[in-house]
Design a protein around this ligand. Structure first.
Ligand SMILES: Cc1ncc(COP(=O)(O)O)c(C=O)c1O
Length: 367
């Protein structure tokens, strides 16, 4: 049984940082590319603002930022809550979903982004895992078979961390229907929406359903995981409770960060995202070519920036991750951190220009 009490990314990063050799860090999803120029401009300009600009913003976010997000997402501004990253938006959705819906069970995928499972545990909910298929996709029929009156939440993520799967509109609609049939809330984490290489991604907002929450952030899309600016679009009937929980937990969010993000949203052109996408596609191609040379099995990601790979006779345990750090100079995450379905695999985050070198090192190690 995998324990999700505490996410283990930092444990592996610490081991890699303390290793007595050069290690290529592919552990966590910290982008290594530049944010859009408007982000830096917004931050710089903020330093010279009047001191009143350094005081509390509205708890649920700067009005202008919420309006910008609402306009882009085609939703009423009252449904948008600016949060401390997609992480908090997910937490609020899960906590309020469990409070409001009948049942105390959360349906998650296996493999899973470990923070969802950790949160289910923190919120005293039972987690039930639905294995994905070989391509990393979740079959709504499997979710229907697992759902029951106890199901309060179904949490999905697409483009997916760790498998790279992208779910289209039909799949999301089918999942929202399963949730509705069981008086459950569907939480759709779309933090990697700008990293879709398949052209198939559709936001769950397109479903216009009463029982759907969509969460997102600029953490990955603008390469600013340290800014902590995300948001959730909550159904009208839930949004007041979400705002209150957010206020009681955080008081409010960071005003300079929200201001800089607003400036960046207003000034960044689509080619910023397209250039990043192309750079990542090239990285993925080079990395998977080198994995072929290493004789590895892997899932070709349709989105996001992670590759899961499996090496014959060398399962994705913490012990083997430490061996790869010490003996190959490559740090990834063990598949066992994400569940049982891909416990034999490793997950590599392609957030380094040395991704191809890493795959060459792996090829040499497994030769
Ligand atoms: C699926 C998923 N959701 C949420 C997050 C956290 O996003 P944020 O940094 O905006 O809180 C991550 C970060 O890796 C993620 O992979």
């Amino acid at each position: 049984m995998v324990s999700y009490r505490k996410p283990q990314f930092f444990r592996v990063m610490k081991y890699a940082a303390e290793a007595d050799r050069d290690v290529i860090d592919m552990v966590s999803g910290n982008p290594d590319w530049d944010p859009p120029d408007g982000l830096r401009e917004g931050l710089r300009a903020y330093a010279d603002e009047d001191s009143s600009a350094f005081q509390y913003p509205a708890s649920h976010g700067l009005r202008a930022l919420r309006e910008e997000i609402a306009a882009r997402r085609g939703v009423d501004v009252g449904r948008v809550v600016v949060t401390n990253g997609a992480g908090e938006a997910n937490h609020l959705a899960m906590a309020e979903g469990l409070a409001e819906m009948s049942g105390s069970e959360v349906l998650l995928t296996d493999p899973v982004y470990p923070y969802y499972a950790g949160r289910a545990n923190l919120l005293n909910a039972d987690a039930r895992f639905v294995p994905v298929d070989d391509q990393g996709r979740l079959d709504p029929a499997d979710v229907r078979a697992a759902a029951s009156d106890e199901t309060a939440l179904i949490v999905i993520n697409s483009p997916n961390n760790p498998t790279g799967a992208v779910y289209g509109e039909d799949r999301k609609r089918a999942l929202a229907e399963v949730a509705a049939d069981h008086d459950a809330l569907l939480v759709s984490d779309e933090v990697y929406d700008h990293f879709d290489y398949s052209g198939r991604f559709a936001s769950a907002l397109a479903l216009d359903a009463e029982n759907v929450v969509v969460t997102n952030a600029v953490s990955k899309s603008m390469a600013v995981t340290g800014f902590r600016v995300g948001y959730g679009v909550y159904p009208e009937w839930l949004v007041d409770a979400v705002r209150t929980r957010h206020m009681l937990t955080n008081v409010t969010g960071s005003r300079p960060a929200q201001h800089a993000v607003l400036r960046a949203l207003e000034t960044t052109r689509p080619d910023y995202y397209a250039t990043t996408r192309r750079m990542l596609e090239d990285r993925i191609d080079a990395f998977t070519d080198a994995l072929d040379a290493a004789g590895a099995e892997y899932t070709e990601p349709e989105g996001a920036f992670y590759v899961m790979a499996r090496f014959d006779g060398f399962p994705g345990t913490y012990g083997n991750v430490e061996r790869l750090i010490d003996e190959a100079g490559v740090a990834g995450m063990p598949g066992e951190a994400f569940g049982e379905a891909r416990g034999d695999w490793f997950r590599f985050a392609l957030v380094t220009p040395r991704a191809t070198d890493a795959a060459d090192r792996l090829a040499e190690f497994f030769a």
